[in-house]
Design a binder for this molecule. Structure first.
Ligand SMILES: Cc1cc2nc3c(=O)[nH]c(=O)nc-3n(C[C@H](O)[C@H](O)[C@H](O)COP(=O)(O)OP(=O)(O)OC[C@H]3O[C@@H](n4cnc5c(N)ncnc54)[C@H](O)[C@@H]3O)c2cc1C
Length: 396
């Protein structure tokens, strides 16, 4: 970085930290919703977003110092319980929404007055998302939606869904899709919980029967749904891959360290712990760098690197913790279904079971490897025989 760029950044940093201090002085840090609303209005929600929409058009690198300062002052984390909204929907609405849509949806998303879910996967379309079958048929100023989605995290709490549906079955699969914001309270939307092996029901099946969506809730152009979806998907990878808090005293590696202290370990196990710790630290620093490069659009394929590494590490760290615990690792509390309960990540037995999902959610590790192979390393593409065929002629 040149001296001029560095001094511009430090001036901007000084400015946003002054604004953050003013925010913390002026609003009760314990009033979660009031504080977040004021943070949004001050342009400190996503500092890289446009002014008037929660940002100040500044470098995304400045968000971290803002959040650290808010944490120091005892303020709340952004978008509580609204991970998909905060990490994916906001970026998608900012990149592709009309001014009215940005105005309407982003502020209540940040304050968590309105929770978002993602309605992409279907029973017949996960990795091959572009093959999805949910239909949207135009009817005047509305669209009629019919179909089924699956694995939809937090759909049971959501006010809005990020929905991709097929509007043109005669076009090849990627070209016949359109992106909508779905009102989860609209007549015809039915949400059914799915129980995971931890007992929790984090995700759901969502059925849509003759659901009417006004055209004003379309995000992007008709037929441009794949491009809009990519913004959501690339942000999803960064959100999942970038979420690791791997400092020794905190996050998963911190919990593993506590198990190591409690159960004891020989030299071989200590060496294994050090290897995991080093990899976790490399991941933490890589994520920090990737996060600073992130702008208000579609992150690049580097998100896939963090996503795979996080998945592998989550699984290896929790497996190692189970090994340290020996038979105690099998003393799992209860497999009874628990609705509306968040997974307790400090319990490594639960985390061990939950970490199986890490290499599936947000696109499997195999798919991330395909992305890295093709888009980062320039290797030959995966075989895609149906790419140019009209969707309704693809055998299924
Ligand atoms: C905890 C959790 C939360 C989720 N939350 C959501 C959500 O909120 N919203 C949502 O829409 N979806 C969600 N999903 C769904 C998730 O995105 C899909 O499960 C994932 O994309 C894989 O799709 P699939 O399950 O249909 O598996 P498939 O696509 O059927 O894959 C089966 C296997 O084949 C492999 N495979 C498939 N194609 C290829 C290929 N071309 N090359 C190499 N290997 C391949 C896969 O890697 C996998 O091992 C969630 C999933 C989990 C586990």
């Amino acid at each position: 970085m040149t001296d001029v760029m560095q001094s511009a950044q430090s001036t901007d940093e000084q400015r946003v930290l002054e604004l953050t201090d003013r925010l913390c002085d002026g609003v009760d840090v314990n009033d979660e919703r009031g504080f977040l609303a004021a943070q949004f209005d001050a342009g400190l929600a996503w500092v890289n977003f446009p002014e008037g929409h929660g940002g100040l058009d500044l470098s995304p690198k400045l968000q971290r110092p803002i959040q650290l300062r808010i944490a120091e002052r005892g303020g709340p984390l952004p978008a509580p319980g609204n991970v998909l909204g905060y990490g994916m929907a906001a970026a998608t609405v900012i990149a592709h929404g009309s001014d009215e849509q940005k105005q309407r949806y982003i502020r209540p998303l940040f304050t968590s007055e309105e929770i978002w879910c993602q309605l992409f996967s279907e029973p017949g379309a996960g990795s091959d998302l572009a093959g999805l079958a949910t239909r949207a048929v135009r009817d005047g100023e509305e669209w009629l939606i019919n179909g089924q989605k699956v694995w939809n995290s937090n759909a049971h709490n959501a006010r809005w869904g990020m929905l991709v549906a097929r509007t043109d079955p005669d076009s090849p699969k990627h070209r016949g899709l359109t992106y909508f914001i779905l009102d989860m309270q609209a007549p015809g939307v039915e949400v059914k919980p799915l129980r995971q092996m931890t007992g929790q029901a984090e995700f759901n099946e969502v059925f849509m029967n003759d659901v009417r969506v006004p055209d004003s809730m379309r995000l992007g152009d008709v037929g441009d749904g794949w491009r809009v979806s990519l913004t959501t998907l690339m942000n999803e990878r960064v959100t999942i891959g970038g979420s690791a808090q791997n400092r020794p005293g905190s996050g998963l590696i911190g919990s593993v360290r506590r198990v190591l202290d409690e159960y004891g370990a020989d030299d071989v196990k200590r060496a294994k712990f050090m290897e995991l710790y080093t990899r976790a630290e490399v991941l933490r620093l890589t994520n920090m760098r990737a996060g600073q490069l992130r702008t208000a659009g579609t992150p690049g394929p580097e998100g896939s690197v963090g996503k795979i590494t996080t998945a592998d590490l989550n699984q290896e760290m929790t497996e190692f913790a189970m090994e340290l615990m020996g038979p105690h690792g099998q003393l799992f509390g209860s497999f009874e279904r628990q609705d509306n309960v968040q997974v307790d990540y400090s319990d490594l037995r639960t985390y061990f079971l939950r970490s199986r999902a890490s290499s599936i959610e947000g696109g499997t590790s195999e798919i991330q490897r395909n992305i890295i192979g093709e888009r980062v390393l320039g290797l030959p593409g995966d075989v895609r025989v149906d790419k140019e065929l009209p969707w309704n002629q693809v055998p299924r």
